[in-house]
Design a protein around this ligand. Structure first.
Ligand SMILES: [Mn+2]
Length: 335
């Protein structure tokens, strides 16, 4: 088979964020530059502030499951980016699992599901999947270690995830993160333009909602050094909430010196509560999410799901964190 005829499908996780959309579209444009015609499958729609990155050949799986399944099953190469287990691809999971395509994982979360893939590029030390993709692409013979040999669109997309997953270079950075940032700036990437699209183009609803959740829906657990916000479907309706509009809210309580763990609990129409946890260094949001919230992620940024009515979440959270802190290895590091 001529290489150019390879059918390539790119897939990422549900509720695609800047790193998910950035890494998949960054690779998409590189593959296109090589003469391939890849297709991107998103499990569900991405927030408005990332839509400018979306490419021509795109399928939103939960809006068109038939086409999505066909793209996942009838391809030669299935590249999965920014998630570590096929179940994180939501409605795309079944077809991705069935697919006989060669499956490649490119990701920076810990504990990748290695048995599900033929090739695994897993580097948890990377700030973002975008950073990992950047350094993998630099190693390609045609790129030869030079950012100038990568398409501008690839650099543009990859910069998005570099910014969002590091919370604008606030966490998870290494010298390689800043080297990449310097490289892309040298190639004409305008960070101010990208951050403007990401962070300075929200609807007024976002600020209204932020104020409301902080003032009306925030619960404090001072003994535990923790705060949470709960976001019910009724509140979502009240603020005409669009998916992704609460991005970053979970970080807000960590601005307080006394708070080292923060949680945002978002009720969904699918019968579960989406859990988002953030912690300061020394408290493992990842272990907490694994043990009590059916999830996991990174050391200080993790997610999960709770199958509880939203009203029961605060009591569950309090008990879970208390039990978690009673485990000596968790308590020791916080204090
Ligand atoms: Mn990521």
């Amino acid at each position: 088979m001529k290489e150019q005829n390879l059918r390539i499908t790119l897939l990422t996780h549900t509720h695609p964020d800047g790193d998910a959309v950035g890494s998949t579209t960054g690779l998409y444009h590189y593959l296109e530059h090589l003469g391939h015609r890849p297709t991107l499958v998103l499990p569900d729609a991405c927030p408005e502030n990332l839509q400018h990155l979306l490419p021509e050949r795109l399928c939103i799986h939960n809006q068109d499951p038939e086409q999505g399944d066909a793209l996942l099953e009838n391809c030669d190469l299935l590249v999965c980016l920014d998630f570590n287990q096929l179940k994180r691809s939501g409605s795309a999971e079944a077809a991705a699992t069935r697919s006989q395509a060669k499956k490649i994982l490119v990701d920076h979360h810990i504990n990748p599901e290695r048995t599900a893939f033929e090739e695994v590029y897993s580097e948890p030390v990377r700030s973002s999947t975008c950073e990992l993709v950047y350094y993998l692409l630099l190693q390609q013979p045609d790129v030869n270690g030079k950012a100038q040999n990568l398409p501008f669109q690839t650099l543009y997309s990859l910069t998005t995830g570099l910014l969002t997953d590091t919370n604008n270079f606030n966490n998870s950075t290494t010298p390689a993160t800043f080297r990449m940032a310097a490289d892309v700036c040298e190639q004409g990437i305008d960070l101010d333009e990208i951050t403007g699209r990401l962070y300075r183009s929200s609807r007024p609803n976002r600020l209204d909602l932020m104020g409301y959740l902080l003032n009306e829906r925030r619960l404090r657990f001072p003994e535990l050094g923790a705060e949470i916000m709960t976001f019910s479907l009724a509140d979502q309706k009240k603020f005409d909430y669009l998916s992704g509009e609460s991005e970053g809210f979970v970080n807000l309580p960590l601005q307080t010196k006394q708070v080292h763990l923060s949680g945002l609990f978002t009720e969904t129409t699918e019968g579960y509560v989406r859990v988002s946890l953030r912690s300061k260094r020394g408290f493992s949001a990842n272990r907490l999410a694994q043990q009590y919230f059916n999830g996991g992620g990174h050391e200080n940024a993790a997610g999960g799901r709770l199958y509880l009515p939203i009203q029961e979440v605060p009591a569950y959270f309090e008990n879970a964190v208390r039990a978690f802190m009673e485990q000596s290895e968790n308590r020791a590091q916080v204090l």
